[in-house]
Design a protein around this ligand. Structure first.
Ligand code: 9D3
Length: 230
């Protein structure tokens, strides 16, 4: 799968993709990440990508032309299997179901917004989808693009060592069923500074362990994510 990223901060992506699962997926040839500098599609001396908003107001807006030219030169043909995603604070909320759907595409092109926003004609006439990663204010789309690529790439067959099943998991698919958070985990030492791992996990009774984990998952979900308990 190929991920394209269009950004005014190409250097931003050196670090998030140089580690862990995404790095190994690239090394194994399972994914390719191509970073494109939006300023390469400007033609003025100052390589201008932004301008003042019509109607006045704070901040600057990304101009449509460099973004359209970039997408049209990265993909002279669009067609099925290629989706343009605009990362913006005004987008639809990204979730596991969206990641599961996007992993079915051959190529994604992620457009990173900056400043106060992006000319609306990009959302209306260029992007297939407009996506936000959460209800909080970021400074731009770059972190969001890295999040989307990580969430999608790890679903690809072979990336996690999983054969193909990961894409069918939901965020809350813990094996306990019923859409709970994952159960809490402990490892050695069994006593850390006087805080003890639950005895039941040490006793080797697998049916008891299964029941304990299910109850612990329910309790943690009720406490931290009551919204998941319909
Ligand atoms: C006056 C309101 N503006 C800023 C307080 C709105 C605004 C403009 C530009 C808010 C955020 C941004 C930049 N954010 C993104 O480009 C972005 C984003 C986000 O802010 N939150 C969650 N997901 C995303 S994806 C891209």
């Amino acid at each position: 799968m190929i991920f394209h990223v269009l950004t005014i901060f190409p250097e931003f992506f050196a670090v998030p993709f140089a580690h862990g699962v995404v790095k190994r997926a690239q090394d194994a040839g399972l994914i390719e990440i191509r970073i494109h500098n939006l300023r390469d599609w400007t033609s003025d001396r100052h390589r201008t990508v932004d301008d003042r908003p019509f109607g006045g107001g704070e901040g600057m807006v990304l101009k449509p032309k460099p973004i359209f030219l970039a997408v049209e030169s990265i993909w002279p043909e669009r067609g099925p299997g290629r989706k343009v995603l605009l990362l913006s604070a005004q987008g639809r909320l990204f979730d596991q179901a969206m990641a599961n759907r996007l992993v079915g595409e051959a190529e994604l092109l992620l457009l990173c917004g900056r400043y106060e926003g992006v000319d609306e004609r990009v959302a209306e006439h260029l992007a297939d989808e407009e996506i936000s990663i959460g209800n909080y204010v970021l400074s731009g789309g770059e972190l969001a693009a890295a999040v989307v690529i990580d969430a999608v790439a790890r679903l690809l067959p072979g990336v996690l060592g999983n054969d193909s099943s990961a894409a069918f998991e939901s965020f809350q698919d813990t094996g306990h069923g019923e859409g709970l958070l994952d159960c809490p985990h402990w490892t050695r030492p069994a006593d850390f500074r006087g805080w003890k791992a639950p005895e039941v996990l040490l006793n080797g009774n697998h049916e008891e362990i299964r029941q304990f984990r299910k109850r612990a998952a329910r309790e943690k979900t009720a406490r931290l994510r009551p919204d998941l308990l319909r």
